[in-house]
Design a protein around this ligand. Structure first.
Ligand code: DCT
Ligand code: MG
Length: 399
């Protein structure tokens, strides 16, 4: 469960936490602040957030609250806990008492109450309650399947189902192709990928793409570009230096995967990209580039330090999730910035653009509403510059 994973043994931690609260008020003078509060921006795109999270005990709890709010379609509450999570992730030290939060943005009474509970008891009673809630558990289980979103999970729950067996036994439920693949490769996909596996896939994708277009660009993006050690999938952006040469490339890449015998599942989405369209205000909307959601066979022996393969000793491969996105070269920088994430970093880039600069940003373009012009950019650095933002490298975008 969440509690045992993030906290270790429950009681000793609670005792230790109480001790830390005392220490906190006694040593307030000498102890350095976890970060300088006045300089923390309310926008994640103005904070530097590495993968080192000193406040996991709180952010793990908040992530449960975010998920619960998502399941209940409570957007405001969801956003509040996502922003609080992100601020805590950016701190250079652990929060040891509520006083440490002074001057930090995005931490309201609700978030502080949860943190107080954790500081005092080592856990949040509210989070504990959610973790044992029947509906939360069922939705969490169902949405862990590739292809099953909140709406489908809710539908299955309303039919009275709580387990996969019950879903499979129900003749009235028809699974789509993606969900079938999701169940077929469930445990492999759930396990996610290591950095070494992502690198191995990078070599496979690059070799395949370059056989078709020798000077094609294959860029690792998503969490692995931000320096994460593991991820639920690997995301790549593929394009070609010659404009127009990217068209039809993805279909040929997928055919080659099929020919190599490593294609387990794919869903190909054609481009609906329109140069003249203003950037979307909604973050959750999928972008318009041609893309493919894949499940590939990652064969043994292709991965350096094959640790995840060990437990599947009988098998010569395991299933992994890969996303390929193909923008035209003219929009590569926007696609790369958008797909590098984190999601909260992207949300706040857009919010910053809109509220602080009267600009619209999405995965395709940046539009200046005052001048009524699109601002082009060849690199991520240029996009940050157009927004009047200090450049934040990918490994500091783990907001
Ligand atoms: N993204 C996007 N539009 C989508 C999906 C994702 O712009 N429809 C962006 C936001 C984050 C980034 O792409 C990568 O998405 P994920 O793979 O979901 O997240 P991640 O940060 O790579 O983390 P992980 O894959 O480990 O869960
Ligand atoms: Mg990813």
């Amino acid at each position: 469960t969440w509690f045992t994973e993030s906290m270790g043994a429950g009681r000793p931690v609670a005792v230790e936490t109480r001790h830390r609260i005392q220490e906190c008020s006694q040593e307030k003078e000498e102890r350095p602040e976890p970060s300088s509060p006045r300089r923390v921006s309310q926008y994640a795109c103005q904070r530097r957030t590495t993968i080192t999270n000193h406040n996991k005990i709180f952010t793990d709890a908040f992530e449960v609250l975010v998920e619960q709010a998502e399941f209940n379609e409570n957007e405001g509450r969801c956003l509040a806990f996502m922003r609080a999570t992100s601020v805590l992730k950016s701190l250079s030290g652990a929060v040891r008492c509520l006083g440490d939060l002074e001057g930090l943005p995005c931490l309201g009474d609700q978030t502080k109450a949860v943190m107080e509970d954790i500081l005092e008891c080592g856990k949040s009673s509210k989070v504990q309650e959610i973790l044992s809630d029947e509906k939360y558990r069922a939705l969490k289980l169902f949405t862990s399947v590739f292809g099953v979103g909140r709406k489908t999970a809710e539908k299955w729950y309303r039919k009275g189902h709580r387990t996969f067996d019950e879903v499979h036994a129900d003749d009235t439920i028809g699974l789509n192709r993606m969900q079938k693949a999701g169940f077929l490769y469930y445990s492999d996909i759930l396990k996610g990928l290591s950095r070494a596996e992502a690198d191995a896939l990078g070599r496979i994708v690059e070799n395949t793409v370059r056989k078709i277009v020798p000077d094609a660009i294959v860029a690792l993006t998503g969490g692995f570009r931000r320096g994460k050690e593991c991820g639920h999938d690997v995301d790549f952006i593929i394009t070609t230096p010659a404009l127009g040469e990217h068209e039809g490339l993805l279909g040929r890449v997928v055919n080659k995967f099929q020919y190599q015998g490593i294609l387990l599942y794919h869903e190909h989405q054609e481009s609906t990209f329109d140069l003249t369209k203003l950037p979307s205000r909604r973050f959750e909307a999928m972008d318009h580039y041609e893309k493919c959601f894949l499940v590939l066979k990652l064969k043994r022996g292709l991965v350096e330090m094959d640790s995840q393969m060990d437990d599947a000793a009988q098998r010569q491969w395991r299933a992994v999730r890969v996303d390929l996105v193909v923008p035209p070269i003219t929009h590569f920088a926007f696609a790369l910035l958008g797909w590098t994430g984190s999601r909260q970093f992207e949300r706040d880039l857009r919010r910053f653009a809109q509220h602080e600069r009267k600009m619209l940003l999405d995965n395709h373009a940046l539009y200046d509403k005052t001048k009524k012009v699109f601002l082009s950019a060849k690199t991520e650095e240029e996009i940050f510059a157009q927004l009047g933002l200090e450049y934040i490298p990918p490994w500091e975008r783990n907001a």
